[in-house]
Design a protein around this ligand. Structure first.
Ligand SMILES: [Zn+2]
Length: 307
């Protein structure tokens, strides 16, 4: 096992085997590669390019992949994964960075999320392919990664690492990623695990999607601990967390939700606390379509029975 650092500034720290520097993070800012640090490049998550070419943003039935679109887990602006000028420019850029550093580690190699991209170009490419929608997306991601791999490994003769999001089961449905396709193209994989204050509900949403896919037609019930017997009050989830996670599960397709406590009075406490979160519930309305609205309507209906 080796240990590395992963930094936004080109600063090395003693006591590690290797260093990974964010030459081009998702904000789109570009810094010169370092001769003794691996280079990390985000391809389609790119705020700067999105600002310069707003027509390149990825499209979907739930709106474009601007970072303000709460229907998706996008924390930056995501471009259409088939945009030809961006693809070509990034290929040359990645090869150049590879030649000036020990290797390239990629992020944001894929479609923005499920349902993306529905721009006219993607629609035409899909129709011409004769493939199913998901298989066409897979082919687009794999083919482009084959081109990038050739630039880094064969031409620049440097190490190449593909980064993927922390979703082992539904990355194909959501992002167009097939791990078996990518394995021969990369030297290693990197899975970026997000910080707690950034997107912890990601994991509950991801697990919900995974179980829905594995259970197929059998309905999925999920139980959330509100207050278990003997739980330390400092360690139980907040009402804010329970509502947010419930909404994220609703949009991921959970069929039924259960709230677990020792006593009925603790459920009533939760209902009152949920009703008091007026601003949060209003904000969560923007987190998804029909299932999210139904969940929030249900919570709202508690005001008729809870004092
Ligand atoms: Zn597109």
């Amino acid at each position: 096992m080796k240990f590395g650092t992963y930094t936004f500034l080109p600063e090395k720290t003693p006591g590690f085997d290797f260093q990974l520097f964010r030459v081009k993070p998702e904000v789109g800012r570009r810094m010169p590669p370092q001769p003794d640090m691996y280079s990390n490049i985000a391809i389609f998550g790119d705020n700067v390019t999105a600002r310069n070419h707003p027509d390149w943003i990825s499209q979907s039935p739930l709106g474009p992949a601007w970072r303000t679109n709460n229907n998706y887990n996008v924390r930056w602006d995501v471009l259409c994964a088939t945009q030809p000028e961006h693809r070509a420019e990034q290929l040359d850029y990645i090869e150049e960075v590879a030649r000036n550093s020990p290797g390239v580690w990629l992020n944001s190699i894929h479609f923005a999320e499920h349902g993306h991209c529905t721009c006219p170009r993607c629609h035409d490419l899909w129709k011409k392919s004769g493939l199913s929608w998901l298989e066409w997306r897979r082919k687009e991601v794999t083919d482009y990664m084959a081109q990038v791999s050739e630039r880094v490994r064969d031409r620049a003769k440097k190490k190449f690492v593909i980064g993927v999001l922390p979703d082992p089961v539904t990355s194909y449905d959501r992002f167009g990623i097939n791990f078996d396709d990518l394995a021969p193209l990369t030297d290693e994989f990197l899975v970026v695990m997000f910080s707690k204050n950034y997107a912890t509900p990601w994991y509950w949403e991801m697990l919900t999607r995974a179980f829905k896919k594995l259970f197929k037609e059998v309905p999925l019930n999920i139980s959330l601990y509100v207050f278990g017997p003997g739980d330390d009050p400092r360690e139980v989830p907040t009402t804010n967390e329970l509502l947010t996670v419930s909404v994220r599960m609703a949009r991921a397709g959970v069929d039924n939700l259960l709230y677990l406590t020792e006593k009925a009075s603790q459920i009533t406490d939760f209902q009152k606390a949920a009703l008091a979160q007026v601003e949060l519930r209003e904000r969560l309305r923007s987190y998804g379509g029909k299932p999210v609205q139904e969940y929030l309507d249900y919570v709202q209906s508690w005001d008729k029975i809870v004092e």
